[in-house]
Write a protein that binds this ligand. Structure first.
Ligand SMILES: [Zn+2]
Length: 195
């Protein structure tokens, strides 16, 4: 049962800079996908401990209008991310491969006050402000940063140090030490500031 009018659907550009300005105020929907290398994602690149040829993130986006009882249809967006990069392992301080596979849903509002008022009962829907120059690349970058582990580590036993043979009791309490040594706000501070 779809009572929404059929709107024209545009294909999003794959060129990263073009994703910095997407007009969400026009009555049309978007879909598209592409690949972003670390060089296309300056704030994510700041977190990279090393670069490998395969590092980067595939993205796929689809926007649609969703009916609301007694109101205007709301613009929503699905974002899928899949990719990898290298962060510093907090156990051995060597680069470790981190893979992410995420999908997020967003709902758009006309202004910041309405977006702030949206109840975030669960993480199912994230409110954003629609604009004629919406920074989709910045949003993708924010979601990658949010998806990265706060305390990246090699799989247990894969660190060079672990390979040298630490005893089980030496590993006990290691998590506490790691948390003290590593400041997760290093990632958060690179998040885009909301106006
Ligand atoms: Zn390690």
């Amino acid at each position: 049962m779809n009572r929404n009018p059929v709107l024209p659907s545009l294909t999003l550009p794959t060129e990263p800079k073009a994703l910095r300005s997407v007009d969400l105020l026009v009555p049309q929907t978007y879909s598209g996908s592409g690949f972003l290398a670390l060089d296309d994602l300056p704030r994510v690149a700041l977190e990279a401990a090393a670069r490998a040829a395969d590092d980067g993130f595939e993205w796929a986006v689809k926007t649609y209008f969703d009916g609301v009882v007694g109101g205007e249809p709301r613009l929503k967006m699905n974002l899928s991310l899949k990719g990898q990069m290298h962060l510093i392992c907090q156990r051995c301080m060597q680069p470790c491969l981190v893979e992410i596979k995420e999908s997020r849903q967003f709902v758009f509002f006309a202004n910041e006050a309405l977006a702030d008022a949206f109840p975030m009962e669960d993480d199912a829907l994230e409110p954003l402000v629609a604009s004629s120059q919406f920074d989709l690349l910045g949003t993708i970058e924010d979601e990658i940063l949010l998806s990265l582990p706060l305390i990246p580590k090699h799989p247990l036993g894969a660190c060079e140090a672990a390979a040298a043979g630490p005893k089980a009791d030496e590993l006990a309490g290691q998590d506490e030490i790691d948390k003290k040594a590593y400041n997760p706000f290093n990632i958060l501070k690179n998040m885009k500031k909301k106006e």
